[in-house]
Design a protein around this ligand. Sequence first.
Ligand code: 5GP
Length: 381
Amino acid sequence: MKIINEIKLDFDDVLIVPQRSTLTSRSEIQLERTFHFYHSPRTWTGVPIMCANMSFCSFDMAIELSKHKIIACLHKYHTVEQLSDYFIKYPQNLDYTFVSIGYKKSDLNHLIELKEKLGQQPNICIDVPNGHMDVFVKYCKKVRDHFPESIIISGNVTNTSSTQELIIYGGVDIVKCGIGGGSACTTRFLTGCGIPQLSACLENAYVAHGLQNGAKKLGLICSDGGHKNAGDVSKALCAGSDFVMLGGYFSGTEPCEGEWEYEYLCQIINNDRSIHSEWWQPSDPRQDNKKRKTNFTYYGMSTHHSQEQYEDHIKQYRASEGTKITVKYKGVVDKVVQELLGGIRSCCCYIGSNCVKNMSKCTEFCRVNQIHSNKNPTVGV
Ligand code: 5GP
């Protein structure tokens, strides 16, 4: 047994220190980045944010986010037919829609079937709860052998040697880093395992960027889990993350697929047909009243609920490392994206960085008592 005495940090443990700046307006900030990859020969340009491959991330979300050049990792339960129909109808979204798979032979077979149907290789998100296992590196390598052109993001890990291994031997371009930080994740409670997310970003970005292939293309990471607000996303980017993956942040927005709650408009009408009074209530007495969304419920992808919904059977040997979250309706996803991008732009201004790419170079973090970074939960009102 060994104890690491250095304190590992989460987003709430730090603030980004404002710096002198020569920028004159937030509109000057370049949010897009262009990446070359360690393995994939593709070049990718866009805003380095991803919607997590959770149950609410389906085609409508991908269509909306692609308009902002943001990536959507589709949940892994789409059929080959649904996926091929989508890519044939929206060929321009190939860069911004990643197809997710888990660690099952049939997952890889479906992906190969999709490739054959489409005549091209989709970008891929390989997602397992614990990516530290040797067999997982071999599995990623197998996927890479079938998909030499695809951009492959894979994880999750927090251990730096696993990040190196996935890039060097697993054929992975972007390593998804984060264990236990997700909004619907109970891993830390159930297993006691995990690493605070800011430290996970700092340490894994450092080792990934230290890896260069022959053509001088670097390993990349994506911070995944626990970004509660735009400030946390900025902190992850400042800590060196190349991409940031968001689940809960996009939940409850207009294109989310899943369990919605509604309220219904009830009216009392006067004899002259004018409205006497009206109110919204959670049940609909007439079954055909005007309705509006109020709440959205999503489930961690490894909850028994998700397994029951999508898999043939619950794996008895596996505990549910996830929970159910209900959030208020947030409106169209565009609104949430604008708030997010506005926050990143402002952060760049505060630290004097003219682009997302340079954020980490301009960053000085100061450690704070958590109360300072948690002060204002009513962002975006
Ligand atoms: P969020 O942005 O919601 O804080 O985190 C999203 C991430 O949580 C996902 O990308 C995924 O890595 C993780 N996640 C989603 N569902 C579960 C789950 O059921 N259990 C665990 N341990 N992690 C989950």
